[in-house]
Ligand binder design. Structure first.
Ligand code: HEC
Ligand code: HEC
Ligand code: HEC
Ligand code: HEC
Ligand code: HEC
Ligand code: HEC
Length: 379
């Protein structure tokens, strides 16, 4: 950050206040003061508002910054706990053109500013830091324009898995969507006329952070069943709360809220005064039952062409080789093969619940319908 610029702006604003103070607070003695009049009627309380420019220091002070930075140092954005091919994620995935948009600062910034990453990849990618998400204020008129927190992105986000879908959480949570959405690596299974779906990878499912789409109530494979699907964008946690409300609450504990992104109980009590449950009703039972059913699904190996890709007949049906595959998902990983559409849809929904990592909390009604209807389809 350009400290000199900040200091210059702050000095200009501070001297602005001094000037106002000097002129308006002058006391002019009144030579012929009469007796004091009766007290007037109390005015109506004003609405709470944002405190204009005077609030620079609420964010730009050491008192705000030190605990915030300490909390960031506890976060998984900073402490990469996941190793991949022997390297931290930001080094391995952050350098690859097909991953860098979400896994390194360079890739993320290029994606946001130019709409695309460097197709050559990045030779020395940086992990997520302050400047991955923050840049500069787009406005200083916070009163009329709202706080932008100097975020690079608070605008609605077009999904990579479906360019006709835009998500707008209406607050700083839009910052999260660019990365916490499914990659466009697999087509969500749906009836296509063949009744089948071919899985060609052991990583089938929404990679890896479908939290935004789950909160919105979209991008599951909506199998018909006894549980209705709630309307898009209608979950109470979507309309009454948000990513930042649950994950970035104010906190004096450097291990929760703020820039740890660990949810705090205090973010739940306004709506759940007796304490919030730590999973949706029946989640563990349903999730485990669905996992068992999926491990027993029997598919068929496909015939491979010279490149190892599946072969199809003239009508577009995949050609099997007669060898059974037991388990569409086993221990959280998919097995390649030909399956029915419904089996693949149930597998997609299971992987969505697994990758969302909130035990259904992000969208209780939607997750319940995905799990229960998937179980019904397999039984
Ligand atoms: C659209 C954004 C996006 C893209 C593109 C992306 N990732 Fe990720 N990835 C994420 C997010 C977000 C997480 C963390 C999800 C979580 O913890 O809930 C993640 C997590 C991971 C994990 C850890 C999974 C786990 O839970 O153990 C691996 C490994 C990974 N990514 C590899 C890759 C690779 C390799 C690529 C490119 C082929 C890639 N990612 C592309 C967003 C993305
Ligand atoms: C993954 C994205 C991300 C990263 C990384 C990040 N921030 Fe933030 N930051 C946010 C978001 C989103 C908000 C708005 C939170 C809200 O709406 O309450 C925010 C808010 C803030 C605020 C205002 C705090 C307040 O109390 O209102 C400050 C100051 C700040 N960040 C500084 C930093 C610093 C310093 C770092 C690095 C140590 C950092 N941020 C890293 C996303 C990020
Ligand atoms: C709601 C919190 C918040 C308020 C209020 C706020 N800022 Fe910021 N500002 C941030 C964050 C977050 C950053 C970027 C992260 C960082 O480096 O601190 C930032 C960055 C900056 C920067 C460096 C980037 C740039 O734009 O060149 C300047 C200068 C700045 N702010 C000036 C101000 C001034 C002047 C005010 C008051 C009119 C103000 N800010 C009010 C949160 C805030
Ligand atoms: C630049 C991409 C990016 C942005 C923006 C981003 N994240 Fe992340 N997030 C990631 C990646 C990648 C990981 C996995 C890091 C790791 O474990 O190596 C992650 C991890 C997390 C985790 C920990 C996940 C776990 O498995 O324990 C939480 C919680 C989280 N992010 C929440 C948020 C929220 C809330 C926002 C918006 C304020 C946000 N993230 C913005 C990329 C991003
Ligand atoms: C109603 C509150 C709430 C909202 C809204 C919410 N989350 Fe969560 N989120 C949680 C809870 C609670 C967990 C489970 C945390 C745990 O088990 O440690 C969680 C889990 C996660 C995880 C996995 C963390 C881990 O440690 O495994 C990520 C990543 C995440 N949320 C990101 C997001 C993003 C991005 C958004 C917005 C699209 C969001 N969340 C909206 C409450 C919320
Ligand atoms: C804006 C109010 C609001 C906030 C904040 C909120 N919740 Fe909720 N929550 C609700 C409402 C309303 C329902 C019931 C409707 C539904 O299922 O969507 C609900 C349902 C749930 C359920 C599902 C119960 C079930 O099985 O049907 C869980 C679990 C839950 N909340 C956990 C949390 C957690 C954890 C937090 C904080 C991190 C939180 N909630 C924050 C309003 C809220």
């Amino acid at each position: 950050m350009k400290n000199s610029t900040l200091l210059r702006i702050l000095m200009v604003i501070t001297s602005g206040f001094l000037f106002v103070q000097c002129t308006s607070d002058l006391e002019i003695p009144d030579p012929i003061a009469g007796p004091p009049g009766a007290d007037g009627i109390n005015g109506i309380d004003g609405t709470d508002g944002v405190d204009g420019t005077a609030s620079c220091v609420t964010c730009h002070s050491n008192a705000t910054r030190e605990p915030l930075v300490a909390s960031f140092l506890e976060s998984k954005h900073f402490n990469e706990t996941i190793m991949f091919n022997g390297q931290p994620l930001s080094v391995y995935a952050g350098s690859r053109a097909d991953c860098a948009q979400c896994h390194s600062e360079e890739g993320h910034v290029d994606y946001l500013t130019m709409g695309t990453v460097d197709t050559a990849g990045y030779s020395s990618p940086s992990s997520i830091s302050c400047s991955t998400c923050h840049d500069q204020h787009s406005t200083f008129d916070f009163e009329n324009d709202g706080f932008d927190y100097a975020l690079r992105n608070i605008d609605p986000v077009t999904l990579v898995i479906d360019e006709s879908t835009v998500i707008d959480f209406g607050d700083a949570s839009n910052n999260c969507i660019t990365c916490h959405q499914p990659r466009n690596s697999y087509v969500i299974p749906a009836e296509n006329g063949t009744g089948t779906y071919v899985i060609t990878s052991t990583r089938f499912g929404p990679h890896h952070g479908p939290q935004s789409t789950v909160l919105e109530g979209i991008m599951g494979a909506n199998l018909a069943g006894s549980e209705g699907y709630p309307g898009v964008g209608t979950a109470a946690h979507r309309t009454g709360s948000s990513c930042v409300n649950c994950h970035m609450g104010e906190s004096s504990d450097p291990n929760e809220g703020m820039h740890t992104w660990n949810p705090r109980e205090e973010s739940c009590v306004t709506c759940h005064p007796n304490g919030a449950p730590d999973e949706i009703n029946g989640f563990t039972t349903d999730f485990e039952l669905l996992g068992t059913l999926l491990a027993n699904v029997v598919g068929e190996e496909y015939m491979e062409d010279a490149e190892g890709d599946p072969m199809y007949d003239v009508d577009g049906n995949p050609i099997g080789n007669g060898v059974p595959v037991v388990g569409i998902i086993v221990n959280g990983r998919s097995q390649t093969g030909i399956y029915t559409t419904a089996e693949a849809q149930a597998a997609w929904n299971y992987m969505t619940a697994l990758e969302d990592k909130s035990k259904g909390i992000h969208n209780p009604g939607y997750m319940r319908a995905l799990l229960k209807n998937s179980i019904e389809a397999l039984q």
